[in-house]
Design a protein around this ligand. Structure first.
Ligand SMILES: [Fe+2]
Ligand SMILES: [Fe+2]
Length: 376
């Protein structure tokens, strides 16, 4: 099939169609560097997940039926069909003229975003394939459809820089991490909501400061984040079907995932100073802004939020970031000294993480109805 005559991933109506288009593109264009980067599995790089699909399939959405049907109807209406492709708003990018540090960090950002989008796609698609519960398979089919479009669009942007993440290869070759369903809910709910908060914060910032929009992809972030918002809503409803998931011992797990997701974002973003400078965004301000929004949203379902204004919060995030820089430098240095320095860095990182985790959290009552609409 000729790529030029082919339908675009943005117009794909199902995940199967979207992936078939992506596969045909892979066959014509492949890039080892981008795929290799996407293959990396460290604490900070996006992972692929698998779970107990039968347990997920057994969920009964009757307790949230009304909200569920409304959400599914919104997603079925597919307001973003055809949106995720280049059009006249897409500006030409002079990749060769881009400042090298910025180029490196921005490409890293695109590859990591593409991998994260595709990680959602693979998990959701697998759930849809394995399930028999109509409510569940329908939801996961719709979410997989969206993520395939998102990943496809980022690949469009990468291709202009002469790169492409081979999604078919990743599906086959990337390591899958097993998470119990409840951990999938916490982690995926949070990653969808934090994804929304990240995209909308950048979008609003660039709306007010268009001189910092150094790449056209940011113009697409508004509709994009609305997709992520709906996905987060779906996971909130899934959790709402079983009160045990958000009470008792599980609150400690929720706190763990909140801390891990926030801390990972902080450390990962602080690895990209040139990228944030070009956007005109102070990464500390950005982190605080995104955490504030995500916390506010997560009150819809979680009975606690993290105290991000506690004196230990920022201090230990910075400590975690420094430890991470130390680990990276030690790895590069290698040898016995490097190994020792790596262990030292890991211990410092663990102690910073524990200190963050044990900051007393803020408790509150969750509303009877979970549903929210994007408001930022
Ligand atoms: Fe997405
Ligand atoms: Fe999503």
């Amino acid at each position: 099939m000729n790529v030029q005559n082919m339908k675009h991933t943005a117009d794909a109506e199902t995940v199967e169609e979207g992936l078939a288009i992506a596969e045909a593109q892979d066959a014509q264009y492949n890039d080892e560097m981008a795929t290799e980067t996407a293959m990396q599995n460290t604490l900070l790089t996006p992972r692929f997940y698998t779970t107990d699909f039968d347990e997920l399939d057994a969920i009964d959405v009757t307790p949230v039926r009304e909200d569920w049907d409304t959400l599914i109807a919104q997603m079925e209406a597919d307001p973003n069909k055809g949106h995720f492709k280049k059009n006249e708003d897409w500006d030409h990018i002079d990749w060769d003229g881009m400042e090298p540090e910025l180029k490196k960090e921005f490409i890293d950002f695109l590859i990591s975003s593409c991998t994260a989008e595709f990680s959602g796609c693979v998990l959701y698609k697998e759930m849809k394939r394995r399930g028999n519960n109509k409510d569940i398979t329908q939801l996961f089919q719709l979410m997989a459809r969206d993520e395939a479009r998102h990943a496809g669009f980022i690949n469009d942007a990468l291709r202009e820089a002469g790169l492409r993440v081979n999604l078919g290869f990743l599906t086959q070759a990337k390591k899958y991490t097993y998470f119990r369903p409840k951990f999938i809910y916490y982690a995926t709910y949070l990653s969808e909501k934090i994804g929304y908060a990240r995209y909308i914060t950048i979008y609003r910032h660039l709306e007010a400061n268009p001189q910092h929009r150094f790449h056209p992809i940011f113009k697409w972030f508004c509709e994009w984040c609305n997709d992520e918002f709906s996905h987060g809503e779906a996971f909130a409803l899934l959790m709402k079907t079983d009160p045990k998931l958000t009470s008792g011992i599980n609150v400690y797990w929720i706190k763990f995932f909140l801390t891990a997701v926030y801390a990972t974002m902080y450390v990962r973003d602080h690895q990209r100073p040139a990228f944030h400078k070009a956007l005109g965004v102070d990464p500390d301000w950005y982190a605080h802004e995104v955490f504030t929004k995500t916390s506010k949203l997560s009150e819809q379902i979680f009975p606690i939020t993290l105290d991000i204004d506690h004196p230990r919060w920022q201090k230990n995030l910075e400590k975690l970031h420094r430890a991470n820089v130390r680990i990276a430098k030690a790895k590069e240095a290698g040898g016995f000294g490097g190994k020792l320095a790596q262990i030292g860095g890991s211990l410092a990182a663990a102690s910073a993480f524990l200190s963050l985790y044990f900051i007393p959290s803020k408790k509150h009552d969750v509303p009877a109805s979970v549903r929210l609409e994007p408001a930022y």
